[in-house]
Structures are given as C-alpha cells and as structure tokens.
Design a protein around this ligand. Structure first.
Ligand code: IMP
Length: 425
C-alpha cells in the first residue's frame, strides 16, 4: 500500500475511524494531523466497540500512532482514553508532537459560552486554536518542561483579561484556577513526557524508507475552516493538505488521497444543509443508520447524498478515490435520491456558494435512484473483492452514477461496522 491520507468528504462522521482501522493493518505508522477531542471515531472489532477521540484508529492493530503538530490536546481526556485502552488489554504505541497545542479547561468554558450559535462539540477546540493563532497558548513542550508550573502561570496571565471580561471567572476564581491548573497540568506533563517527541522526524524517516504512513483526518472537508461552510465549521483545516502542515507529510513524496463519504449525508451542529430531510423520512434514515454523534450523542441531521457538495469537496481536497460507507443503511430506506445540481432563484449555479446564507437559499435538484438491494450479512460476505461485477445491479448502478458525476472511482465499499464488512475493488 502507498502512503495514504484519509479525509472526510462531507461534514464529518463519514466512517473514517473504521476505514483507518481497516487500512492500518497494512501501514506502519498512523498519524492524526488536525482537530482534537471533537472527533469521535467508532471502531468495532471482535465484538467490542471502541470510541476514540484522540488516538488514531490504528491503535487496535498495535501500530505506531502519532498525534501530530496540528492536533490540539486535552491531556486529561487523552490520559483517560489511554487508560481505558490499556485496561482493555491493549498496549498503545503512541507519540505526541512536542509542538501540539494544549486544551485547558478555560478553553472549554469559553466554548460553552460562545459555541452555541455554531453548535460546537463543546470540547474547547475553537478557543484553543484561536489562542494558538494569537500566540498566547501553550504547547505540549511547555507542560513537560521542568518549569511547567511557571510557564502555565505566565500563560494564564495573558488570558486573564479575556477570562474576567467574558465573565468566565471572578478575580478570586481566576487566582484559584491558576493555582490548581498549574499543578494539575504540570503533573500531566510528567506523565506524558516519555511519549513526547518531534513527531515530524518520525514521519520523515518513515516516508523516506519503505514504511507505509497513513494520515488520519478528523471531521470532514465541508467543516474546513477556510473552504467549508463558514462560519459553521470547525477551527482547523480538514483538507488533505492539512496532513502536510499538521502531520509532517512531505510534499513531493507520492501519496494517495482517499476521501470517505457515506451513501447519504449527515451533519451535526448548525449550518446549511441543502439536502436535509425532515419528518418521518429523517427519523427513518437516522434510526436505520444509528445516526447519533459519537462525541456528544446529539441526533445527527440526515439527508440525501449531495453529489454537488461532494464534487466540491473532492476538488478542494484533491481526493483521488472514494470509500463509500453505510450502503447497507441506504437499503433500509425508501425514496432514495441524489442531488446533482443547485438552483438559486430557479437558475442552476455552477459553483458551491462560499456564503452560508446563500447556501441556505439553494434549492437542491434531485435525480431519483432505484431502491438499493437489501442484502443479508451472508450475501454481503459472499461478494468478491477486486471487481464490482458481482454487486447487485442496484448497487452497481448507484456506484457508477456517483463515479460518473464526481469523476473519481469508488474503490472501497463498507457495508457494516466490522472490519470484514468492507469490499475493496
Ligand atoms: P467544534 O469543532 O467543536 O468547534 O465544532 C464546530 C462544528 O464542527 C460543529 O458544527 C460540530 O458539530 C462540528 N464537528 C466538530 N467535530 C466533528 C466531528 O468529528 N464530526 C462531525 N461534526 C463535527
């Protein structure tokens, strides 16, 4: 297998966790490069369900896993995740970038106050990245330093005005916070120290050898800070390009860019969603696909597959091939359509609107699709890898229709949460 970047091609929750778990088997190194605990990757293996927020899904294969420089880390949550993984009998082989930024409780408090209008996950992601950009945040290398407590107290001075002005803390509560958090986070630093390194070097060395590196994106292309449905986006770049900036992928080294799309569309949080379903149709699809957020448990908004948005995501992220997940779910619902164009004021447009209020106004133009054949697990498992010829006509034509529209191939089809419920063409 070639070095691969895996990214979501929709608004997140496309099933990247499962696909990374599948692909990790043939990889040596798995690298996360963006986001933080806002991601929720569900992986099922040997009857157990694992929910990762930080750890790359390659962990289950015992692969070397990296949290790269572009990731923001809540040390407390990461430690809990490591502990539950270790308690389940696994041995994490984890490296953390010294340059990754740290999420503190005050970031979560600011997020809780301000994130409502976007519908954030409340994990403090936006405030951490914004203080990173303002150059007033701390990195992992600060909390592992010998003078970590001092560094933390100094950094908190820089955000004091913000915290008091935003009514996050009173003066007294702020002082208590500084005293307790500097001790607590310096302790996390001591625990993390053995896992911290210049992860870019590990990636570079692997990239220059025969080792296979798998880059695991979080969230989805349409949640990208620059190219997504701003302001209803996350605070990091979710494009394949972010694997270079935040994960240490080296420009020029050949790389495969695999986008993940569901056979339909989902979104959590606020923001435009041109193919959104409501009423009974939405409930049926949500229940059929168990569409509830892995991080927040929120019911996901659901809708038809939006090929117009998917083609935009493919173009801006440079996606070369697609893995399609949850085709089995689509077989359980009636009235399947795919959106093939957007109209504004009755006229078709040839661009994906950058302006969220304009995107709210678009009318999705649909093409009806024949019902997807509902195969039993046994029938699915009898299908051959390597060729689409074996697939039932309804699935073959659904795939072909999508491939013709987006002009790249679907090379993987996922028909259930388990590793073996995956067909590679
Ligand atoms: P934040 O990343 O918590 O700041 O949330 C910003 C927006 O991105 C919200 O609409 C979230 O619901 C959405 N979001 C963040 N992470 C994920 C994810 O992993 N899957 C789906 N949506 C996400």
């Amino acid at each position: 297998m070639k070095n691969t970047i895996v990214v979501g091609a929709q608004w997140g929750d496309e099933g990247k966790g499962k696909l990374v778990d599948v692909l990790a088997e043939q990889s040596d190194l798995v690298v996360r490069f963006n986001g933080g605990g806002n991601a929720g990757h569900t992986v099922m293996h040997a009857g157990e369900t694992y929910k990762f927020h930080y750890m790359p899904s390659g962990m289950l294969h015992g692969k070397v896993c990296i949290l790269g420089t572009g990731v923001v880390i809540n040390p407390k949550d990461l430690l809990e995740e490591i502990k539950s993984f270790t308690d389940a009998g696994h041995k994490p082989k984890l490296w953390i970038s010294a340059r990754a930024h740290v999420i503190f409780p005050h970031h979560q408090l600011i997020d809780a106050k301000e994130g409502g209008k976007i519908g954030t996950t409340g994990r403090g992601i936006g405030p951490t990245y914004s203080q990173k950009a303002s150059r007033i945040n701390l990195r992992i290398l600060d909390i592992i330093a010998d003078n970590a407590q001092e560094r933390i107290k100094n950094a908190l001075k820089d955000v004091k005005d913000i915290l008091i002005y935003e009514n996050i803390f009173t003066e007294k509560a702020y002082l208590e916070y500084c005293a307790s958090i500097s001790v607590e986070y310096a302790e996390y630093g001591k625990t993390f120290k053995p896992f911290v390194t210049d992860t870019e070097d590990l990636v570079r060395i692997a990239g220059n050898s025969d080792e296979v590196v798998l880059f695991e994106g979080a969230q989805g292309t349409l949640l990208d800070l620059n190219y997504g449905t701003y302001p209803f986006v996350t605070s990091s770049s979710t494009l394949a390009a972010a694997a270079f900036v935040g994960g240490g992928a080296i420009p020029g080294v050949p790389i495969r860019i695999l986008g993940i799309t569901k056979a339909y569309t989902t979104r959590v949080g606020e923001g435009p969603f041109p193919t959104e379903l409501d009423g009974e149709a939405a409930t049926n699809l949500r229940e059929a696909g168990h569409e509830y957020g892995a991080t927040t448990g929120r019911p996901r908004r659901v809708g038809h597959l939006d090929l117009f948005a998917l083609r935009y995501a493919i173009r801006i992220s440079g996606i070369q091939e697609l893995a399609m997940t949850k085709i089995d779910t689509l077989a359980l619902v009636n009235g399947i359509k795919v959106c093939t164009a957007y109209k504004i004021d009755g006229k078709e447009i040839d661009y994906f609107p950058a302006d969220a209020p304009t995107l709210e106004l678009v009318e999705a133009v649909y093409t009806d699709v024949p019902p997807i054949t509902d195969l039993t697990k046994k029938e699915w498992s009898g299908l051959k890898h390597g060729s689409k010829a074996d697939l039932p006509e309804s699935i073959r034509s659904y795939i072909k229709f999508i491939e013709d529209f987006v002009e790249i191939p679907i090379t993987i089809l996922s028909h259930g949460p388990e590793r073996n419920e995956t067909i590679v063409f």
